[in-house]
Write a protein that binds this ligand. Structure first.
Ligand SMILES: Nc1ncnc2c1ncn2[C@@H]1O[C@H](COP(=O)(O)OP(=O)(O)OP(=O)(O)O)[C@@H](O)[C@H]1O
Ligand SMILES: [Mg+2]
Length: 307
């Protein structure tokens, strides 16, 4: 059996926001699944697999006025347990749709998604999703502290431990002092940091993040990149991260997967073999980083010019 351990249930994000995303406010479940559940989640056909998330033959079409709009076609993607994978590609190519399918928040039209060997038919406990529209990842009626505590609350974590973990995470995302504010009283960047705190505090097994740093300034972005990397390393998470920023993808990842436009599917899959822990100055200034960045930019730009 692999070392896959389900650390936390999913956050129970706010209810249906349209776009085919099902309602999922969940309450009262325990934090750790039984050993049977973990075993069932880790072994497929008697064999252990190091891929924790697998999309096989995945296609997605949306019903639109003129008929059907196909966005993803025959995507095959395996995400290794404990890895950091970034997903890049032009606007509208289907990155968010793919991530929502991996989270079990959207059903593929064809094909399957498995997490820990189990076929998805809804959002699995081990996966947490941070929405591109960060306001979808927070409850407007809960204060900052209560938002951050939500996943721990529903997982049955004691009041004292909850308070400690929430305070620690709010400190780390720079939101201490704002515990009693409501999301509507925060800036966009602060709401985005709250959404990240809410997700990280639960230490899920798989964290899916859709452009989580799009609304923060450059300095905060660098700090949040390092925070996510620290927690990824400390907690042994598996992260799939959507970004438009080639530098960010190289800095964070073990692997960068590129989606092409118009149902081209996965057009590029690049391993990033830079030393860890990474450093905003030393890593970004290294010859290897610059080579990866140029390589990836060349590939992305050549696809752009070819289209
Ligand atoms: N619920 C929906 N109904 C109809 N079409 C949709 C729906 N959701 C997404 N689409 C379409 O699917 C395509 C892919 O959308 P998606 O949001 O997955 O792209 P994306 O790669 O994440 O783009 P961006 O980088 O701009 O966030 C777009 O053409 C979009 O209009
Ligand atoms: Mg998107």
């Amino acid at each position: 059996m692999t070392s896959f351990s389900v650390r936390a249930r999913s956050l129970g994000q706010p209810t249906d926001h349209g776009d085919g995303v099902p309602a999922r406010v969940q309450t009262g479940e325990t934090m750790r699944p039984s050993l049977d559940e973990v075993a069932a989640a880790t072994v497929t056909d008697g064999k252990a697999s190091s891929a924790i998330v697998v999309a096989a033959g995945l296609s997605k079409s949306f019903k639109v006025k003129s008929g059907s709009h196909r966005v993803l076609q025959d995507i095959n993607l395996e995400i290794a347990e404990g890895s950091f994978t970034s997903l890049i590609g032009p606007s509208g190519c289907g990155k968010s749709s793919l991530l929502l399918c991996l989270a079990g928040l959207m059903s593929p039209t064809e094909g399957t998604v498995t997490v820990g060997g189990s076929l998805l038919s809804g959002p699995p406990k081990a996966v947490t999703y941070v929405f591109q529209q960060y306001s979808k990842s927070v409850f407007p009626w809960r204060t900052v502290a209560k938002n951050a505590a939500f996943g721990l609350e529903t997982a049955g974590v004691s009041k004292k431990e909850r308070a400690d973990r929430v305070q620690n995470m709010l400190d780390r995302v720079g939101l201490s002092g704002f515990e009693d504010r409501f999301p509507g009283e925060l800036s966009g960047g602060m709401q985005q940091r709250l959404a990240i705190a809410r997700a990280l505090v639960c230490e899920p097994s798989v964290l899916l993040m859709d452009e989580p740093f799009s609304a923060v300034d450059a300095l905060t972005r660098a700090q949040l990149q390092d925070l996510v990397l620290d927690i990824w390393r400390e907690a042994g998470l598996t992260i799939v991260f959507v970004t438009h920023d080639v530098d960010e993808a190289v800095y964070l990842s073990d692997r960068v997967v590129t989606l092409g436009r118009d149902t081209e599917g996965i057009t590029d899959d690049l391993s990033i073999d830079l030393d860890r822990p990474r450093d905003q100055i030393a890593t970004r200034g290294s010859r290897e980083f610059i080579d990866y960045r140029q390589n990836l930019l060349n590939r992305v730009l050549s696809q752009h010019h070819d289209s």
